[in-house]
Design a protein around this ligand. Structure first.
Ligand code: KG4
Ligand code: ZN
Length: 371
């Protein structure tokens, strides 16, 4: 079966057509992501009303473009005669519709949910409402470029420990052999990406702060060699080593603020702070994930969400997984599937979706992974 998937939880309007490949992976037939991130960079963060308005403007053009791509790829019959017919043609190539139901911004979610409902009703196709955070986890099933070329990529074996680290969420979960997701713990306050973004602002970096901090941390490391603590910047590792799987990142912005007050905002201090901040966040995330590996003995460890694109998190996690020596495999989605995208929503629907009558599907901004 092929699925048309729509993701509009935040500032990205993403639409994809996906199908299940023979090896259990999710194959992307067509995909388009329109982002209003550039617009939010000007305001230092997403303004909900602006994000929703952008979603409204983008959704139909993005669907049309996906339809065009899917039609070209699948060579589905004659050329459409109008733009409306272009969208109509999607009906011929997909068997179901999937949409992000939540969590996210209500205005943004509504655009995707209502569009998906209309399409499912008009086309008489089943509709899969998908939890955005589950979607992030299932990004690990998407066929990557390298895997496709080599044919070596495989679907993650279960049970798996999953770490969802995004701008809005930080959750550690266990996915059992049946694919049931159990929540182990998460952040009590700021999400990991949110921490990077808020600290990025304190450091005077453009929004979103995460990728900028990662870049600065990388160049800092290269430039100072072994003398990593040259500027004496030290930040706490909140809740690290503690009982349970709770996380907390809001204290780090206070600590960063204090460092900048004490040491000034020279380029070197900013770079050293970016480096130490990335180390602090990664240390805590790695320690909690290793704790879950020790407790649950998974076959796979899955990273997911925007922060999973962080080079240092990937590097450290790989070291730990290799150290454990139990044949555990680490999965990190391709960068474009770490951040918000629709292929992951279609993937979750294909692998684990539950059909709900379109009229009953409602956007739910407070959906989570906690039972
Ligand atoms: O998953 P995502 O695209 O959106 C949400 O659902 O939140 O994640 C966006 C978050 C932002 O906070 C951004 O700063 C962070 O992911 N991010 C990164 C990196 N790339 C994106 N954080 C650290 N290192 C990166 N390379
Ligand atoms: Zn997300």
């Amino acid at each position: 079966m092929r699925v048309l998937a729509i993701e509009t939880s935040f500032d990205e309007t993403a639409v994809a057509v996906v199908e299940r490949a023979e090896n259990g992976l999710v194959r992307v037939v067509a995909e388009v992501v329109a982002s209003s991130e550039e617009m939010h960079a000007r305001t230092g963060g997403a303004v909900p009303e602006v994000a929703a308005r952008e979603q409204l403007t983008s959704i139909i053009p993005v669907i049309k473009e996906v339809s065009r791509q899917a039609r070209l790829r699948l060579d589905a019959g004659r050329e459409p005669t109008s733009e409306e017919e272009e969208v109509e043609r999607l009906k011929e190539v997909v068997g179901a519709v999937a949409v992000t139901q939540g969590p996210g911004l209500i205005g943004s979610l509504l655009v995707g949910v209502e569009t998906a409902k209309v399409l499912a009703l008009a086309w008489d196709k089943p509709l899969f409402p998908v939890n955005h955070l589950k979607g992030h986890l299932f990004a690990n099933w998407i066929e990557g470029k390298v895997g496709k070329a080599s044919g070596l990529q495989e679907a993650p074996a279960l049970p798996a420990v999953g770490l969802v680290v995004s701008g809005g969420h930080t959750d550690l979960v266990i996915i059992d052999k049946e694919g049931e997701i159990g929540w182990l713990g998460g952040t009590r306050d700021d999400a990991a990406g949110e921490c990077f973004d808020k600290c990025g602002r304190l450091l005077g970096l453009p929004y979103p702060g995460g990728p900028e901090i990662a870049r600065l941390a990388g160049t800092y490391k290269k430039s100072v060699g072994d003398d990593l603590n040259r500027f004496g910047v030290e930040l706490p590792r909140p809740l690290m080593g503690g009982e349970g799987y709770d996380l907390s990142f809001s204290g780090l912005k206070v600590a960063v603020h204090r460092v900048l007050q004490e040491k000034g905002k020279s380029e070197s201090v900013i770079a050293a702070t970016a480096y130490e901040l990335q180390e602090a966040v990664v240390d805590v995330l790695v320690q909690k994930t290793v704790k879950a590996m020790d407790e649950f003995k998974p076959k796979s460890v899955l990273l997911a969400g925007g922060v999973a694109a962080n080079w240092r998190l990937g590097e450290r996690m790989r070291q730990e997984v290799e150290k454990s020596g139990d044949g555990v495999k680490l999965f990190v989605p391709e960068k474009k599937y770490c951040t918000d995208n629709a292929a992951m929503i279609g993937g979750a629907a294909l692998i684990q979706g539950e059909v709900v009558a379109a009229a009953e599907v409602k956007a739910d901004p407070s959906l989570s992974l906690r039972e």
